[in-house]
Design a binder for this molecule. Structure first.
Ligand code: NDP
Length: 278
């Protein structure tokens, strides 16, 4: 199965569907990552805060797939914000992952009340220049945070990873990202651990899925893909991992997209940059 790749502003590209790994522990992450790679994933999403980078690294090694064929993202949380703190943070993450570089390093949350995301970003710029982070990006940033980075630093983030699902559509943030050449990545794309059950049971999704002979989860992953988003659904189950990747041989019609749009809770539901989440 060939997974489309979306170009980044670094010249590299990112596989459009990747595997999320929260809230897996090391042992679970090793199994899930090895299974994900076996069913065709080449893009893996972790974070120091998840406490599973060692397991993700173990899963990668177990898969036998060459490192350069994979796209690995990690994120550094508030503990590593502030001038130069991310340097030790990334070195430790690389050691746990068992790799010399990550394909993408993200500031996990802006935490604007701490007011350290600009100095953190300058440190990320150094880590990028040193080749330890092939691309650098942010997560949970709003247009105001990105405007400040643009005014005070030199590199435009390659990616902004934010919460998006058919219920939480984030149109303003997505338009900002497009206008600035930033790739938007969707976290909790199926509605999240607590929300996937109810989102995927929505009659609109169940009806479209049954007409297309797909599952509601496939309809939702396809919804992300068709809008040019990069999407990282998490599943601990091999069959569901495979299912979530198998979204490139059908299409949602304009009518389907209009029906799915009725699930939106409002253009900007779901944002809170002042706290740390997953
Ligand atoms: P998702 O929207 O990916 O939903 C995960 C839930 O959906 C799990 O309960 C999973 O259960 C279930 N599920 C997965 N596939 C299917 C399917 N085909 N059919 C039915 N149920 C399914 O939520 P996440 O919150 O995990 O988000 C994805 C990833 O995004 C995370 O794992 C993490 O890597 C990242 N993330 C980043 C954040 C950030 O701040 N940057 C915040 C939150 C997440 P099961 O495992 O049993 O299949």
């Amino acid at each position: 199965m060939s997974i489309p790749a979306i170009p980044l502003n670094t010249g590299a590209s990112i596989p459009q569907v990747g595997a999320g790994t929260w809230p897996l522990d090391d042992a679970e992450a090793a199994d899930v990552v090895a299974a994900a790679i076996e069913v065709g994933y080449r893009h893996l999403d972790t974070a120091t805060r998840y406490g599973n980078e060692t397991g993700v690294g173990e899963g990668i090694r177990r898969s036998g797939i060459a490192r350069e064929e994979l796209f690995v993202t990690t994120k550094l949380d508030g503990e590593f914000q502030g001038s130069d703190r991310a340097i030790a943070g990334l070195h430790a993450a690389l050691e746990r992952l068992g790799t010399d570089y990550v394909d993408l390093l993200l500031i996990h949350w802006p935490l604007p009340q701490r007011d350290e995301y600009v100095s953190t970003w300058r440190t990320f710029e150094k880590l990028h220049a040193d080749g330890l982070a092939r691309a650098i990006g942010v997560s949970n940033f709003t247009p105001a945070h990105l405007d400040r980075l643009a005014a005070e630093t030199s590199i435009v983030p390659a990616v902004n990873q934010i919460q998006i699902s058919p219920a939480i559509v984030r149109l303003e943030q997505r338009a900002y990202d497009v206008a600035h050449g930033i790739v938007t990545q969707s976290w909790s794309p199926l509605g999240g651990r607590k929300g996937a059950g109810s989102l995927l049971a929505e009659p609109v999704l169940v009806d479209i899925a049954s007409r297309l002979d797909r599952t509601p989860a496939q309809v939702v992953v396809r919804w992300h893909v068709q809008q040019g988003l990069v999407v990282i659904p998490k599943s601990s189950d091999r069959a569901r991992l495979a299912q979530n990747l198998d979204v490139f041989s059908f299409e949602l019609s304009d009518d389907d997209l209009a029906s799915i749009a009725t699930l939106s809770q409002g253009p900007d539901a779901g944002v809170d940059s002042d706290r740390e989440g997953h």
